[in-house]
Write a protein that binds this ligand. Structure first.
Ligand code: TMP
Length: 240
């Protein structure tokens, strides 16, 4: 069976990524792939309710981070993992890099704690892969042979490719000024988005092979051409 592919799209608000996702879907379908288009926070009825809360209610930074990961866990279990198991292509508008960028960079929330939540929520064993062990993210829960498993870095669900629409926040601020009524994040100042952008760059530096950076300051049509070129090359390079 064809291997499932997990592709995520990231960038600060106003970077224009959502416009290009439909084109990527067409590219994948033209290659005979079944495509699931989804987004975070959201993607399931429960995760969409959580989205509504985190985007509109003021809340503590840890509460915000936990709700992002709670929505993600549900999304992984209900939508992403089943689609990948069926060999489909999952195109997801934002994923965990957004939590590191917005909650970590923008809000200044502790990076290591976010890493712990990432390991808990995206642990492949807990998502039904591997040896059939139950959900045991903490070494202290482990007994006997589980100990070796639990003390190693757990294998995580991560995107196969992350397309990062990188943009100077002063440009995105100009674009957002004419956009719809802003949500809680979109109404943040330029300095917030500068920190979000820097955190995306930090994530890219940690796993450069997973990222394709697109210069989102270019015109919409040139950005679209870049996206198509990157995706065509990347899809071509994937094993059947
Ligand atoms: P969207 O408008 O691109 O759908 O994204 C929703 C907002 O949620 C956007 O401002 C970024 C923010 N967000 C976070 O703060 N943390 C996250 O983990 C995710 C997925 C999104």
């Amino acid at each position: 069976m064809t291997r499932g592919l997990f592709i995520t799209f990231e960038g600060i608000d106003g970077a224009g990524k959502s416009t290009h996702i439909a084109r990527v879907a067409d590219l994948c379908r033209a290659r005979g792939r079944v495509v699931v288009l989804t987004r975070e926070p959201g993607g399931t009825p429960l995760s969409e309710k959580l989205r509504d809360m985190v985007l509109h209610e003021p809340m503590d930074a840890l509460t915000e981070a936990l709700l992002m990961f709670a929505a993600r866990r549900e999304h992984l279990v209900q939508v992403i993992e089943p689609a990948l198991a069926r060999g489909e292509v999952v195109l997801c508008d934002r994923f965990t890099d957004a939590t590191f960028a917005y909650q970590g960079g923008g809000r200044g929330f502790d990076w290591q704690t976010l890493g712990q939540l990432e390991r808990m929520v995206q642990n492949l064993v807990s998502l039904g892969h591997g040896s059939g062990h139950g959900f045991s993210p903490y070494p202290c829960d482990a007994v006997g042979s589980d100990l070796a498993l639990a003390t190693q870095e757990p294998p995580l669900r991560q995107p196969d490719l992350t397309v990062w629409f990188d943009l100077d926040p002063t440009i995105s601020a100009q674009r957002l000024a004419t956009a719809r009524v802003p949500d809680k994040f979109e109404s943040q100042p330029v300095a917030f988005f500068a920190a979000v952008r820097a955190a995306y760059a930090r994530r890219q530096a940690q796993t450069p092979g997973r990222f394709a950076r697109i210069d989102a300051a270019q015109s919409m049509s040139v950005v679209g051409e870049d996206v198509v070129r990157v995706l065509t090359d990347w899809l071509q390079a994937q094993p059947a």
